[in-house]
Ligand binder design. Structure first.
Ligand code: PMP
Length: 287
């Protein structure tokens, strides 16, 4: 079956989608992106992803290329054309194509690209077994709250993690506190059973999964404390996990050389993961 992408107003075969060589996304990483999971043919937390997309665009003074309503229609059409039941949707908006010049040009049209990929999410071994993580210095810029396509430090970190046989690299600020993973938010359960994740600031991306999990935890009567934790605290934690749209809640069972607790996903992580997956399954049932 043909796989389509949406590129600047047209649905094209995925492998034929192209943008100009002077696209500012290509030349300056001058653009933003979103990744949302698709469960049962529908986007998980679509409004949350679109809200964040609008915040990222506003931070970079890029006008939305189409209205939110039209974007929702394009997303739905692409998911249907590609017959995606479970998978993810990728969206990228760059400032557009212009002769190379650092300062923002005026009067150009943003580039809008969307694609999808089918993935059998729920059968990922890492959800049940957990993953290893390493720690690395956070060498990114001071606006990590903007979801820009400028991801080179994240790619470097993820590659280091993979070379060490780990899934994620937890980035550490100058004071020794974990900011977030290279593509996920980080959480721990302390020895005195406090569920911690770093507070929102320009040091981290506001994860849509993070937001959803805070809401689910509250409904279940579990308080989330938005507070930074150190590498030492993470290594001494009862439980650790990371969250993202495509990895849901993934338990972390080892950080660097330190096995967390008994090396198996912890009880609170498993309960939270179960509630989150139930929430996703509910979306599937309604789709
Ligand atoms: N932090 C970073 C740096 C990320 O790349 C991601 C994934 N987009 C997240 C956190 C988690 O965000 P979300 O839950 O919206 O996928």
């Amino acid at each position: 079956m043909a796989r389509y992408a949406y590129v600047d107003g047209r649905y094209v075969p995925h492998c034929e989608g192209v943008v100009g060589i002077e696209d500012r996304g290509f030349q300056f990483a001058d653009g933003i992106y979103e990744v949302a999971s698709i469960i049962g043919g529908a986007m998980v937390d679509g409004p949350g992803h679109l809200d964040r997309m609008e915040r990222s665009l506003a931070a970079l003074d890029i006008a939305p290329p189409v209205s939110r309503r039209v974007l929702e229609l394009i997303m739905r059409e692409l998911i249907a054309r590609n017959a995606v039941v479970d998978g993810f949707l990728y969206l990228q908006i760059t400032r557009g194509v212009a002769p190379r010049d650092h300062k923002y040009p005026t009067g150009i049209r943003p580039t809008l690209v969307l694609s999808t990929k089918r993935v059998d999410f729920l059968n990922q071994a890492k959800l049940a077994e957990g993953v290893k993580a390493i720690t690395i210095p956070d060498i990114r810029w001071a606006r990590c709250d903007i979801k820009t396509i400028s991801l080179l430090p994240n790619c470097m970190g993820k590659t280091r993690a993979a070379a060490a046989g780990a899934y994620e690299a937890l980035q550490v600020d100058a004071a020794g506190y974990i900011t977030e993973g290279t593509s996920s938010n980080a959480w721990i359960v302390t020895q005195d059973n406090r569920l911690l994740t770093r507070a929102l600031s320009s040091d981290i991306l506001r994860g849509v999964t993070r937001d959803r999990l805070i809401g689910i935890a509250a409904e279940e009567g579990i308080a989330v404390v938005e507070e930074a934790f150190s590498v030492e605290a993470a290594k001494a934690a009862r439980e650790a996990f990371v969250t993202s749209a495509t990895s849901f809640l993934t338990p972390v069972v080892q950080i660097d050389d330190r096995v967390i607790a008994d090396g198996a996903p912890g009880p609170l992580s498993r309960r939270l993961q179960g509630w989150y997956l139930d929430y996703c399954a509910g979306l599937r049932a309604r789709a």
